[in-house]
Design a protein around this ligand. Structure first.
Ligand code: MIC
Ligand code: SF4
Length: 755
């Protein structure tokens, strides 16, 4: 039986009425995305058709998911909100804090010891506030959500950008910062700018070496890392119907890499099969009753150009397997063409590691496809040339894969089976084969490959591909290997070819598990006490941020002008720093250490204007803070791309940065800045970025009349006495300006609760 089945039935019971009413209101057939959005309005019904990309709308999500690295800050904030229980079903998943080193059993033991304090904190807060808790080793948040909580037509938010994975089961699932989740946990509305809609029509069928992963690798190549910003991507067409549910999840998952608000697919037979296989006949039966509302109206998919803002068409019959990278997930290259490109760019051809797993590609089907390649290495006597690591997506997948002999195949080719957790995908990897920062290549089935992400080494060239392609490349040990055309020499000196992968969509004998790792909260948690030691280096209770007063902004200094890619990994690095995710002051010591200083192309090396000395960014910022001087951060395009981590906003805020002025923002990060009471601004003229000099001081001329829909004026004073006055845009609405004026969105909640 499914969790929260009554809530799901409740959503379905009102769907028909709401969808019919909206169809009449807008006067045309509806996309699936619109049906879900309009049936989750905070006010129930709408008497207005919203303008895409413009109107801010209040929604009522059905559920929330948090992972350990972001849940700490989210729950520390929720504890301040003064509520006895979460208002909607919520879960916490422990998956980011487990380092991959020797193998699952040993690694989990080490993680449980080193992060005991954090896991205990999360477990007791969950118990107190009625939150379901998935203990370390239970699995990666998004696979566990797909297996247990996602349902067609639902809306959820999660404090992780890959929450979007649940689109594979026909949901609108959206990644948010912890402060957004706190609103919903506290029983308030969740606000989102009504998204634009991108339709992706999939024609033909996937076969051979091409997989669901290649669909999204191709889409990422077309749309790039910012092409999906502010949009929902809705997939449809006969090609969509023929993809498995977890394959759809893979596609939706990596929609985060193109900046999309979320991605989704209409309810179909693959989803029904998946629901039934994961012990949710009740959800499948309930969904079948409202089937017509769980996909778009037929007119929409017949003439998509009339209903979507943009259409992309991909012919799966001709789609080739891709490898994307290095350093960015949108650099797409068809597998057969990678050799030349690598030579031209001097990317090492020798592959040191093949890694399979992460929330996007760790399903049972993924493991079977990769195992079918590994099995051939055994049968055809090919000795794998690269090291191999596997992170199954959940304990249920791992247990079933072990029962069905899949893990044994991987072990036979020398793979290490790591914990059911994020592991190397988030830099939780004790990689022992490198001595220093050697240039090297790895291939993985993860979704992100930003510089330093997997192992902290800026010279690791990481390429993203499907699990079966990763397996083939790892066996060959070469980046330019094309399993469709090339042969490998086996132990008998014969040239052999790998046959195409064969996958099993769902386990023939059903899923099985002994201990899935779930701990239900007490019915009444009011007696549970949550302790945070004042001397802890991992956890720190939060103090309210003070509002940024208009006067304090006069004479603000430039902290850093960041050049090029500045993802949340650059602003608040993961890997070793994950241990401080619950301690704001300690994690603030990594603030912007990965951002490239536009004046000297170095990282973590900026001028402290007070002394003229060059130093690390956090050190310079702490000096400004001590002197009571506010600062601003200047950035390039798609600033804050990547994750949902609100630390990337809270740390600068904690250290005294007042404003972030960039060419453009990634959605979640922009919201996170607003929530924490900061100014997130964009240049009206992008070229004004070039005016900013290293010794600049800023005046926010008209901040006193900060208003929705009206640009602000900033005076830039240069050290040589000259000055420029520029216009900057913002997207704050009235209530968001209220957050700025009160110091943070949480301060507003606290004030309302106190009233
Ligand atoms: C990631 O993939 O970068 C993460 C780690 O899962 C993040 C969340 C985080 O920073 O904790 C994400 O994608 O939101
Ligand atoms: Fe974990 Fe990687 Fe997925 Fe983020 S992208 S949730 S780090 S597996």
């Amino acid at each position: 039986m499914a969790f929260d089945i009554d809530m799901i039935k409740g959503v379905y019971s009102q769907m028909a009425e709401r969808v019919d009413q909206v169809r009449e209101l807008v006067g045309r057939p509806l996309t699936l995305s619109e049906k879900i959005l309009y049936s989750h309005l905070w006010d129930g019904k709408s008497n207005k058709a919203f303008t895409r990309g413009k109107d801010y709308v209040d929604f009522a999500p059905d559920r929330i998911a948090c992972q350990d690295a972001t849940a700490q800050m989210a729950l520390l904030q929720f504890m301040q909100a003064g509520k006895p229980k979460v208002a909607v079903p919520t879960t916490v998943h422990c998956d980011h804090l487990i380092q991959a080193k020797s193998g699952a059993v040993a690694d989990l033991k080490v993680a449980n010891a080193t992060s005991e304090e954090v896991f205990n904190f999360l477990e007791s807060v969950s118990n107190k506030y009625g939150i379901g808790f998935w203990k370390p080793g239970a699995g990666i948040i998004h696979q566990v959500v797909l297996e247990n909580y996602a349902f067609p037509g639902g809306m959820m938010i999660g404090t992780d950008s890959h929450t979007v994975n649940a689109g594979g089961l026909g949901m609108l699932a959206i990644g948010v910062g912890g402060a957004d989740a706190v609103d919903v946990m506290a029983g308030m509305a969740w606000e989102l700018k009504f998204p634009k809609l991108i339709g992706v029509k999939l024609t033909g069928n996937i076969s051979g070496w091409t997989s669901a992963k290649d669909v999204i690798l191709k889409v990422a190549g077309i749309l790039t890392v910012k092409g999906g910003t502010g949009a929902i991507v809705e997939y449809f067409g006969e090609g969509a119907l023929n993809l498995s549910c977890t394959g759809k999840g893979t596609i939706c998952n990596m929609g985060a890499e193109i900046g999309a608000t979320t991605s989704t697919f209409g309810y179909d037979a693959s989803m029904e099969r998946y629901l039934r296989a994961t012990d949710r006949n009740d959800v499948a039966d309930a969904a079948n009753e409202v089937k017509a509302h769980l996909t778009a109206d037929p007119e929409v998919y017949a003439q998509p150009e009339k209903y979507f803002d943009e259409i992309i068409e991909i012919d799966l019959n001709t789609l080739k397997p891709h490898l994307n990278g290095p350093f960015t997930p949108d650099l797409a290259t068809p597998v057969g063409e990678l050799g030349e490109k690598a030579k031209a760019n001097d990317w090492p051809l020798k592959v040191d590691w093949g890694l399979i797993g992460s929330c996007t590609n760790s399903s049972y089907e993924d493991l079977t496809r990769a195992a079918s390649i590994a099995k051939q290495a055994i049968d055809k006597k090919i000795k794998p040339k690269s090291d191999f690591g596997i992170n199954p997506g959940s304990e249920q997948i791992r247990f079933t894969a072990e029962r069905d002999g899949l893990l044994q195949i991987f072990e036979e080719v020398g793979a290490t089976i790591f914990t059911n957790a994020c592991g190397p995908c988030i830099g939780q990897w004790d990689r022992s084969d490198l001595k220093g920062d050697e240039k090297n290549t790895i291939v993985h089935s993860f979704n992100r490959n930003f510089s330093k992400r997997a192992d902290g080494n800026p010279n690791t060239h990481a390429f993203v591909g499907s699990p079966e392609m990763v397996a083939a490349i790892a066996i060959s040990g070469r980046l330019d290997f094309d399993p469709m055309n090339d042969t490998l020499i086996n132990e008998d000196g014969e040239a052999v070819k790998l046959d195409m992968p064969l996958g099993i969509e769902l386990p023939v004998n059903g899923f099985a598990v002994e201990d899935a790792g779930f701990i239900a909260p007490d019915e009444d948690g009011s007696g549970v006490s949550v302790k945070v030691s004042p001397t802890s280096e991992r956890l720190q209770l939060l103090e309210s941020f003070q509002p940024i007063e208009n006067e304090s902004l006069a004479g603000a200094k430039l902290l850093i002008k960041a050049q090029g890619k500045c993802t949340t990994d650059h602003i608040s690095m993961a890997g070793p720093w994950l241990r401080f995710r619950g301690h704001l002051d300690n994690i603030a010591n990594n603030t912007l250490i990965g951002a490239v200083n536009a004046f000297n192309q170095k990282t973590n090396f900026v001028k402290n204007q007070l002394t003229g000395e060059y130093m690390g960014v956090p050190d310079a910022q702490r000096a400004y803070k001590a002197a009571g001087i506010k600062t601003i951060v200047v950035g390039d395009h798609n600033y804050g791309e990547g994750s949902s981590r609100e630390h990337a906003a809270m740390q600068p805020r904690h250290l005294g940065v007042a404003a972030v002025l960039v060419k453009s923002f990634a959605r979640i990060h922009e919201t996170n800045l607003k929530k924490q009471g900061m100014l997130g601004l964009t240049f009206v003229n992008e070229s004004d970025y070039d005016l900013i000099k290293e010794d600049d001081t800023f005046n926010f001329v008209d901040i006193a009349s900060f208003k929705a829909g009206q640009a602000l004026t900033i005076e830039i004073k240069h050290a040589d006495g000259t000055a420029h006055t520029i216009q900057v845009n913002h997207t704050y609405n009235d209530s968001q300006i209220g957050w700025f004026r009160e110091g943070s969105a949480l301060n507003v909640i606290k004030k309302e609760n106190a009233a």
